[in-house]
Design a binder for this molecule. Structure first.
Ligand code: SF4
Length: 226
């Protein structure tokens, strides 16, 4: 008896890609960054059923990933939501509050914060200072209102790993209720990894976070000041 042909999903990355690395980190079997680090490329197909295509599409902050050889499955939003967290507030009017904002476009900068891309690096004689604008608001979505989630994004837990001149800065959203929204909402990963290679080795770091401005500052001391 002939075996059924394996169905493969084929993805394409459009020129809207901003080279944030998210798809390459999260789905390395499918996506690779090009040599100039300017655009991700879908280098492999993916067997149907291995991933939910919505998880792949929603991984991209600028909607640059398209499934090109078959229709998308129904949106997760249409599926049953069995694990809704218990609301802390009276959200009986959630539908009215959702309707009031559902057509508002979210600023691109706020999306970029969730990928660690709202950041800048300053160099001083003996250190580098990396500053991140951390996420400010929980993105609007029907489930945010239905579940009674807050507008203000909970703080992320951060960590820094140094190996010579390579530095990895991670941020993880730990609030369990808000984390439930990740995967349902477009461009809402539950954290980010920012990896940087500096011209000189780094010997130590310190972190400071201002909850008022929501700026995370990571100071990286050079092993050999220049
Ligand atoms: S997630 Fe989107 S923007 Fe980021 S590298 Fe992939 S295609 Fe480009």
């Amino acid at each position: 008896m002939a075996e059924a042909a394996l169905q493969l999903e084929e993805y394409f990355v459009t020129e809207d890609c901003i080279a944030c690395d998210a798809c390459c980190n999260d789905f390395p079997d499918i996506f690779k960054m090009n040599a100039d680090h300017t655009r991700a490329i879908a280098t492999n197909t993916s067997p149907v059923g291995k991933f939910n295509p919505w998880d792949i599409i929603n991984d991209c902050p600028v909607d640059a990933i398209k499934l090109v050889n078959m229709p998308m499955p129904p949106k997760p939003e249409g599926e049953k939501v069995a694990e809704a967290p218990k609301a802390d507030i009276d959200n009986s009017d959630w539908m009215r509050r959702w309707e009031a904002v559902r057509d508002q476009l979210e600023p691109q900068w706020e999306r970029m914060k969730r990928y660690g891309m709202a950041s800048a690096v300053d160099e001083e004689k003996d250190r580098y200072v990396v500053r991140f604008d951390m996420p400010q608001t929980v993105p609007n979505h029907r489930l945010k209102f239905q579940w009674g989630l807050p507008d203000l994004m909970p703080d992320y837990k951060t960590s820094v790993q140094i190996k010579g001149n390579n530095v990895q800065i991670r941020a993880k959203l730990e609030d369990e209720k808000v984390r439930k929204l990740c995967g349902w909402v477009n461009s809402f990963p539950d954290g980010f990894l920012k990896e940087m290679n500096f011209p000189v080795a780094i010997k130590s770091h310190r972190e400071s976070y201002d909850p008022e401005t929501r700026v995370l500052e990571v100071t990286l001391e050079k092993a050999t000041p220049q």
